[in-house]
Design a protein around this ligand. Structure first.
Ligand SMILES: O=C(O)CCC(=O)C(=O)O
Length: 319
């Protein structure tokens, strides 16, 4: 597939500069670009999930090595819509273990997680073999390789995305705009670590892999919610269908870097915990000019130079 489609607008949109903060500062800034409307009323009371008995090491190894059978229909819908939701990729006991690992990771990193915050961290797999077992699993890597119709994928980065109670919307965007990877064979596995009802802010997708063309002329704003508002209006006017349903426990979504997506606010009293991991086709190169919205990309592709094929120790093949 030919490369990244967003490079040409970087200068027009004032993005042809490097991000100088860390990744949580990046998310803090990024969420200020979402239109949150007015007063949204009280939060819905939701209990955090109970810790379930965890699978044994042997059970987990077997599960994470087992190929999830992606159907032809799921592959077609990913190619057409730009995303697909897949049920029962992990059993509840494995989801419960992963949630515990990520909660402990944030606590060990001293993150205070106040209401209203979007708490994130990345490259967790490089600190924890237990988290790496999920991020680098054959089960997830093979799903993405099958959907992208490529032989092998590499990991770009993992992310814990904890949308804390009362945190606002994630603005409409597509990841091609963010990732400094010169390929369209790039996709993110978004794995919620609890049942995620609409009021908790599940990831939502505009149906149609080519929809980015509809809003190609909208200038990105680094200062206000005008981009989010204009994209939202354009999709409504064009009658674009949006998948914004809840996620069941163990269900994941996979979205292409071309897929426009957003997420609602978390209007519940429990954090929305997610492991989001991005993978790309083996053989892809770094774009010629990474931008402000690429955040701290050098941290994820250490030593890789613009234009070079990506092959660093932090980007192993996982399928
Ligand atoms: O979790 C969210 O609210 C946003 C995540 C996202 O945009 C992504 O994983 O591509």
């Amino acid at each position: 597939m030919s490369g990244n489609v967003s490079q040409s607008h970087a200068a027009r949109d004032g993005l042809d500069t490097a991000w100088t903060g860390d990744n949580n500062e990046w998310w803090d800034w990024y969420l200020t670009l979402a239109d949150n409307g007015g007063d949204q009323g009280p939060l819905t009371e939701v209990e955090e999930p109970d810790q379930l008995p965890e699978p044994s090491a042997a059970e987990l190894d077997a599960l994470l090595a087992e190929v999830y059978p992606v159907t032809a229909e799921q592959r077609e819908s990913f190619a057409r819509d730009g995303f697909v939701k897949l049920p029962a990729v992990l059993p509840p006991a494995a989801v419960s273990r992963l949630r515990r690992l990520l909660v402990e990771h944030l606590a060990a990193a001293g993150r205070d997680r106040p209401e209203g915050r979007f708490t994130s961290d990345e490259l967790m797999w490089t600190h924890s073999a237990e988290i790496a077992a999920f991020v680098l699993s054959r089960r997830l890597g093979r799903i993405v390789a099958d959907l992208l119709a490529v032989e092998d994928v590499r990991v770009y980065h993992d992310n814990v995305l904890a949308k804390e109670p009362a945190c606002g919307r994630t603005p409409w965007h597509f990841d091609d705009h963010h990732f400094p990877i010169d390929s369209q064979a790039v996709a993110t596995v978004w794995m919620p670590l609890q049942h995620t009802p609409r009021e908790m802010g599940p990831l939502s997708f505009a149906r149609g892999v080519d929809l980015h063309r509809l809003v190609d002329d909208v200038s990105f704003s680094t200062e206000d919610a005008s981009y989010d508002r204009t994209v939202s209006r354009a999709f409504a006017e064009a009658g674009v269908s949006v998948e914004d349903g809840p996620f069941e426990l163990g269900e994941i979504s996979v979205h292409s870097s071309l897929c426009f997506h957003t997420a609602g606010p978390n209007r519940t009293t429990a954090p929305r915990m997610v492991l989001a991991t991005t993978y790309f086709a083996d053989g892809a190169a770094v774009v010629p000019s990474p931008t402000l919205v690429s955040g701290q990309w050098q941290q994820f592709l250490p030593g890789a130079q613009p234009g070079e094929v990506i092959d660093t120790p932090l980007n192993p093949v996982v399928s």
